[in-house]
Design a protein around this ligand. Structure first.
Ligand SMILES: Nc1ncnc2c1ncn2[C@@H]1O[C@H](COP(=O)(O)OP(=O)(O)O)[C@@H](O)[C@H]1O
Ligand SMILES: [Mg+2]
Length: 251
């Protein structure tokens, strides 16, 4: 079964783009027909040729899905702010119809799509419409990307509990940027997160200094996705959730 998943994070800058790109490329390398999408990108400047590159360009470069950029990233806003705030500052509103139409189009072009949210799960897109509402409108389960460092237990548990409280299925958690020599907090947080949330940590992606976002170079993260078994665990969790278990932890 080819998965479609909404990737959220415990914060901005936690590794959503790195994880989404590596997972998409890994699943494609495993023979799955996967597309990528960054529905709303904020904090990118308009240039004479269009827009300066952002997450969407990295996702597209790493995954090589070959889709037009206006489908991969239908809404861009210049201010480095939450989408509703950036839109208001620009005197506009996020065009949700355009976002959902692009999503439906990508679903017709691929067997599955990985969607990278903006910021965390409660981030507002319109006045009364947030990232969780978008995941619900797309009818997608969540993958949560979290930091390894101290503070991550609280942020991850809050994200998982909020998502479940509004009716979303959480497949699991990927921790991004695990240091080569983890400290006490990094070593102990994955197990603590599993215990507190009842959700599996599907992988702890090592910190990779060869990642070059501007050049679209994922370092070793794609190989890691496959070799660590993380891509397979994501596939298994998706299949379990899709088979009708709203809480895949208790099939
Ligand atoms: N596994 C990793 N190894 C090294 N750096 C990472 C890793 N994951 C994320 N980063 C760094 O953290 C920064 C933020 O990651 P990004 O995926 O853009 O976060 P988000 O999409 O959640 O805002 C990136 O510029 C990247 O260099
Ligand atoms: Mg990102």
């Amino acid at each position: 079964m080819t998965p479609s998943i909404f990737i959220t994070g415990t914060d901005t800058g936690v590794g959503k783009t790195i994880v989404t790109a590596a997972l998409a490329r890994a699943l494609r390398d495993l023979g799955r027909d996967i597309g990528v999408m960054k529905p709303i990108q904020t904090g990118v400047a308009r240039t004479s040729e269009g827009w300066e590159p952002g997450d969407a360009e990295y996702l597209a470069a790493v995954s090589s899905t070959g889709d037009p950029m206006d489908l991969i990233c239908p809404v861009r806003l210049e201010a480095p702010l939450a989408p509703s705030v950036a839109a208001e500052l620009a005197g506009t509103a996020v065009d949700l119809d355009r976002v959902l139409a692009s999503y439906r189009k990508l679903r017709t072009r691929h067997a599955g799509v990985l969607i990278e949210g903006a910021g965390g799960i409660t981030v507002p897109i319109q006045k009364d419409y947030g990232m969780a509402d978008l995941a619900r409108a797309m009818d997608l389960p969540l993958l949560i990307v979290a930091r390894p460092a101290l503070g991550t237990i609280n942020h991850t548990a809050l994200t998982a509990h909020y998502a479940q409280a509004v009716g979303l299925t959480v497949l699991g958690i990927v921790i991004a940027g695990m240091p080569a020599e983890p400290g006490l907090a990094e070593r102990t947080s994955p197990a603590a997160i599993e215990q507190l949330t009842g959700l599996p940590v599907l992988g702890c992606m090592p910190f990779d200094s060869n990642i070059d976002v501007e050049r679209g170079d994922p370092g070793e993260t794609v190989e890691w996705m496959i070799a660590s078994g993380t891509a397979q665990r994501v596939l298994d969790r998706f299949s379990l959730a899709a088979s009708g278990h709203s809480n895949p932890e208790n099939p």
